[in-house]
Write a protein that binds this ligand. Structure first.
Ligand code: URA
Ligand code: SF4
Length: 250
C-alpha cells in the first residue's frame, strides 16, 4: 500500500510544468523511448560515436531483415547533405550508403553539376534495408511511418553534427519525412522551403527513379533535369555562402 502511495507522489512530481499538457506518466515516457532510436544516442555525439551506436540499433524490426546498419558517410565539414530513403541491396551488403546503381548515377550527376563529392554527406531516412523476396532477388520495400519515426533520431543527430548548409531530399519518402506531406517533388523539385533543419532545404527525384525510366530517351531527359536541379542547388549554396561571408566580421 505504502509503495503505491509513494509511486503516486513520484508521478505528481514528474508532471510537466506547463498547464494543459498531458500528464507525463513514467510508462508513457518509456514506451515512446522504446519506439525510437533516441535512447541509443551518445551524449556528446560525433559521427564515429553515432555510427558505432547505430550499428547495434534494434529500435524497429528492420534490423532483423537487413544485413547491417548502413549509416551516413562523408566529412563532418560537408556543406551538402543528401538524404535518400533507405539502403538498397548493394548498400546492405557493403554497409555503405549509395554504393550501388543509384549511387553511381548520383556521382555522375554531381560531377556534371559541379558539386564536389568531398563536400557531400550522404545518408538515408531509414538505416536498414527493407525488402521482400522475389525469386532469388531481394526487392526493395518502402519503409512505413513507424520505421521512419523509429530511425529519425539518427538522421537528426547526423544533421546536428554536420549542420549542413543544404539538405537535399532524394525522392518523396525523404521529402515527406523532412519537409512534410504537402511537398510534391514533381511540382516543387529544387525549390527551397524554410526550415529549422538547415538554411536551405529542398527535394528532387530519387536517382533510382531515373534508372527506372522506361526508355533511353526518357532516362536522358530525366538525368538532364536532375543535373539541372543540382546546378540550381549549387548556385543557391554559393549565394548563401557568399552572403554569409560578407555579413561576417573579418
Ligand atoms: N537508395 C537510397 O535511397 N539510398 C541508398 O543508400 C541507396 C539507394
Ligand atoms: Fe534502428 Fe533504423 Fe535499423 Fe530500425 S531501421 S533498427 S530504427 S537503425
Amino acid at each position: 500500500m505504502g509503495g503505491i502511495v509513494s509511486r503516486t507522489v513520484d508521478v505528481v512530481v514528474e508532471q510537466p510544468k506547463s498547464p494543459g499538457s498531458p500528464v507525463a506518466r513514467p510508462d508513457c515516457v518509456k514506451r515512446e523511448d522504446n519506439d525510437t532510436a533516441a535512447r541509443l544516442l551518445p551524449t556528446r555525439p560525433t559521427l564515429d560515436k553515432l555510427r558505432t551506436a547505430a550499428a547495434g540499433c534494434q529500435a524497429c524490426d528492420l534490423w532483423k531483415s537487413g544485413t547491417q546498419t548502413v549509416f551516413g558517410e562523408g566529412k563532418r565539414s560537408a556543406t551538402v547533405m543528401f538524404v535518400g530513403e533507405q539502403p538498397g541491396n548493394s548498400e546492405d551488403l557493403e554497409g555503405r550508403p549509395f554504393v550501388g546503381p543509384a549511387g553511381g548515377l548520383l556521382d555522375k550527376a554531381l560531377v556534371e553539376a559541379g558539386i564536389d563529392w568531398t563536400d557531400v554527406y550522404v545518408t538515408n531516412v531509414v538505416k536498414h534495408f527493407k525488402w521482400e523476396p522475389r525469386g532469388k532477388r531481394r526487392i526493395h520495400k518502402k519503409p512505413n511511418a513507424a520505421e521512419i519515426h523509429a530511425c529519425r533520431p539518427w538522421l537528426e543527430a547526423e544533421i546536428g553534427v554536420i549542420k549542413p548548409v543544404a539538405i537535399i531530399c532524394l525522392g518523396s519518402t525523404a521529402a515527406q519525412a523532412l519537409i512534410g506531406a504537402k511537398f510534391k517533388v514533381s511540382l516543387q523539385r529544387a525549390t527551397f522551403v524554410p526550415s529549422p533543419l538547415a538554411p536551405l532545404l529542398t527535394a528532387t527525384v530519387h536517382p533510382s527513379s531515373i534508372l527506372r525510366a522506361p526508355t533511353d530517351q526518357a532516362r536522358q531527359t530525366e538525368m538532364r533535369q536532375f543535373v539541372e536541379d543540382l546546378r540550381k542547388i549549387r548556385e543557391a549554396i554559393s549565394r548563401h555562402t557568399t552572403a554569409r561571408a560578407t555579413l561576417l566580421p573579418h
